[in-house]
Design a binder for this molecule. Sequence first.
Ligand code: HC1
Ligand code: SF4
Length: 574
Amino acid sequence: MVQLRVNGRSAQVNVGATLLDAAKAVGVHIPTLCYHPCLPAHAVCRMCLVELDGVVRPQPACITQAKAGDVVVTDSQDLQDFRKRNTQWLLARHPNACRDCEVNGACRLQQLIGEDSWDIDWGYVPRGSIHHPEHSLIDHTSPSIWRDLSKCVECGLCAEACGASGQQQYVIGFAERGSERLPVTVFDLPLADTPCISCGQCTLVCPVGALIETPHWHTVLHTLDTRMRVSAVQVAPATRVAIGEEFGMEPGTVSTGQMIHALRLLGFDYVFDTNFAADVTVMEEATELLERLKGTEHLPLFTSCCPGWVNWVEIHRSDLLPHLSTTKSPQQMHGALTKRTGFTAALGPEFANGKAEPYVVSVMPCTAKKDEAQRPGISGDIDHVLTTRELARMIKARGIAFAALSGEDSFDRPLGESTGAAQIFAASGGVMEALLRTAAHLRGHDKTLALEWHQLRGVAQGIKVAEVPGIGKVAVCNGIAAAQGMLATQTWRDAYVAIEVMACVGGCLGGGGEPKSIDPLILEKRMSATYALDKVAPKRCAHENPDVLALYATQLDGPNSVKARALLHTHYAA
Ligand code: HC1
Ligand code: SF4
């Protein structure tokens, strides 16, 4: 342990800890802009400069290791003056347009200004466009991600999250030097023309409004306000274990009831559960796996519910397309079931024969789901996709006191009933575990095989493996970088019968549309909450869902039937 003093307080931290860690340990706040606990620190914003006894120049607390006997001052008048000048410099390059910004109220730069009662002169001089007009500052080409580089504070976190420290997609990198430095895309292309997989990890770490999800919430709110259409919303498994963070709840709090209640207050006529469709996905995909296991073709089967992963295969490895499960993702399945089955017909004669359609919205922890909803062949089943963050914005915009709402509300039927197997879709390894539960049942092994597959759980980036008696060896790739590494070899071809890939580390609960967090344990907390929901679920296997069984019996002729394939399966583009 290392002993030091911070602002006169005695601090004790582990060897290797930084001055920022030491300050946190004794409750001293140091402002930061470019720091994120899960990414390498580059100390570019200089906001965290502190004075160190015996050292002439102030040092960045985020990268300076604490040494025994250090005497640290974090808030002298000189430091305060410097932070004010530094902020002034940032604002001179940042549009004065907070009122219209998508992250208004959730921006770290705005917080810095708000924390101190500085009399700041906000004179904005657009940069880049003067000296380097070739860099387009605003890019709305992607269905999932919007860029506005005029708001960028050059922290570099997006390049880290997309590159070596995260997704290893290297879509974003820096161009120019000095005050003209900008994070641009490969060859400065519009994002839609790059190999971006729409995972949104860059938006998750952007401290300002330079990278955001393509916003749909204004249109959704407007459509609900008009009350001109019957509306239905579905909510992803990973949203309920994270949305509470936006309202000051402890990370890992499950707020399903409050979320449903808030959706009703926003004006949705039906509040359904994506988990219902996740159970249907399990039925279809487990049946598909067992069919493929009768032969040798297109094995291993790859899961396909993660659109970031599907994008990656289509962009980089079209040779793998035959291995992807053709089963639609739960989002798309739910959309098809809502718009094109007995539910719609039951809404009334004006909905018969497709004359009118309900307005269908999904709430997802994922930015790539916006892109998925527009895929050729399946577009139209979901009208708009909101991220978890966008739903929180809508709730705040309507002044709904989320945390004070009753947690008693529950999903509507028939598209709202689900099992624990569906809930664990939120976590890396969960889709595979849910599949194994039902595949084992269909094979008649469910009395002998375990329900829980702990080898496939956990947040650590990499590959998880399990040998499943009667089925074969399966793998889980936690994050697109892990999948990319595995697929660069040939060993996977004969090693596994099925492989789950989730583009974001942790699975959907680490998705690019989830609340932004600088808690280094955030994934563990959301994951514990997810498995706890499964543990107490009255039914824990997809094939036990009574409404799913009823759907197959009354409308679909069973899993993988001609009707089921027409409604619930898709294809991919080479
Ligand atoms: Fe996911 Fe899925 S689990 S992809 O992570 O298969 O986004 O939560 O909704 O579709 O169910 C996301 C989560 C989600 C789908 C399901
Ligand atoms: Fe990179 Fe993902 Fe952002 Fe695209 S969405 S730029 S792949 S981090």
